[in-house]
Structure formats: C-alpha cells, structure tokens
Design a binder for this molecule. Sequence first.
Ligand SMILES: [Ca+2]
Length: 261
Amino acid sequence: MVLLPHSSMFGNMIVPLAFCRTILQPEINKCTSIYASGLTSSGVYPIWLKERFQFTYVYCDMDLVSTQKGWTTIQRRMNGEVNFERWWDDYVRGFGNPSSEYWLGLENIRRLSRQTAYANNGLGAIYTQDPEVAFNLEDWDGVKAFVQYTNFRLNSKAPKYFLNVNGLNEASNFSISLIYMSEFSTPDRDNDYQDRHCASDHKSGWWFHYCDEANLNGPYPKYKQEMTRKNIYWHRWHTVNPSNTALRFVSMELYHGMVEP
Ligand SMILES: [Ca+2]
C-alpha cells in the first residue's frame, strides 16, 4: 500500500493514497457525504471547509443511533489525555487529536455550521441551513444519555462566537439544559453574564451564561468520581443517574442534511 503523508492542524498523519483520491474532493464537506459515498465505518476522515478553502480532519461518527447517518464530531472527551484548560487562541484554533480527544476549534466549528447552503434568491445570496447537534454523555457507571437540537448556529460575525441552540428534539432522552444563547469564554476571556469569571473558575473554555448550566470542556474526572461543577458538567445529571457519577465520555456532533445550492 502506498502511503502519503499529510500535515494538518493536528500534526502529521499517514493516509492511504487510494483513500486520498477517493475522499479529497471539495464536495466531501461533511460526514454525511462520506457516509453517502459508501464509507460507513466510524473513523477519522478529511472534510472540506468551504469558507476556509482547506481540508481538516474530523472524527465521523457513523454509529450514532439516529435515523440520520454520518455525524461530524466537533468535540470529544474519552480518557483525559488532552488538557482542555486552555486560553482563547487555542479554543479558536482547535487542539487535540481527532482519533482521540479533541476540540475542532471555534473558527472551524463556525464554518461547519454554515456548510449546507440551501437557497439562492437569484441575487447571489446564499442561505445556510443550520445543522442539528447531538450531545452524547456517558458516566463512569455506564449510564448514557443524549440531547439533540434541530438548530445549531455560531454567530458568523461577532467575535465572541455567540451560540444559538434551539429546537429540542423529541428523540432526546434527557431534559433540556441551559447552554443556549451564550458567548464563548476562556480563562483569559470573560464573556459570561455574571460578575464572576466562570471560565476561570471552572478551568475551561465554554459558552457560559450563568456559570453552572453545562461545561463539557471541564477538567476530566477521576474514575467513579462524583459529578461536580469542577469537572465535566451537565446540569441535573442526577435525574439520569441518582448516583450523580461523573462523565467519562462526552461528544458534540453535528448533522448536516444533503441539500446543496
Ligand atoms: Ca463575568
């Protein structure tokens, strides 16, 4: 097998040449497209970011239990090997490794949330369709839950990456948590709506509003630790598992429809 080295924001990766010929095409711009091309195994794939005019590697989740197949992972925690206590520039650029734990980066996520153009009004205007978003959670007891919303959007102009999530999907098996409608904060950037500095207090970059709604980028918990606001946090987890055990696995994934302009 001929191997071709590729460099990316995540460092050097070795990818089979035949795979590159198949996949490195600008129309492959979401995991949904990769799944539709016949590659139906979960794994790391390159996708084309239209507005950045470049490829980036992501983990495509082809196994998520859903009627839609091919979810693009933008955040994943699974073993604590990557430090998520980072400053603003890292959260904008992205960090980690898509085959393990990573944060895709606010700029990439913003572009990804605008990948699916659905209409041209004849005057050159392109509208974009918001992707769906899934939050997948599993604690150290093996208890799982997921929350899905039909609309995920990062503000395309404001520099604070204002998040707007709405449309709680009825398929969700867990109650709503208040992560919607917030600007992004990091330990060196306080954009929350409190006198305190949530991101500094909770050692994380996140869309903090009142500090204590959710924090999937918080410090990775030790085995069987109790969930607190000082580790990976999701409000009212005790309603899912009365033991309130800390989360060992979390991921955020986007689903894009196949509509093209
Ligand atoms: Ca504040």
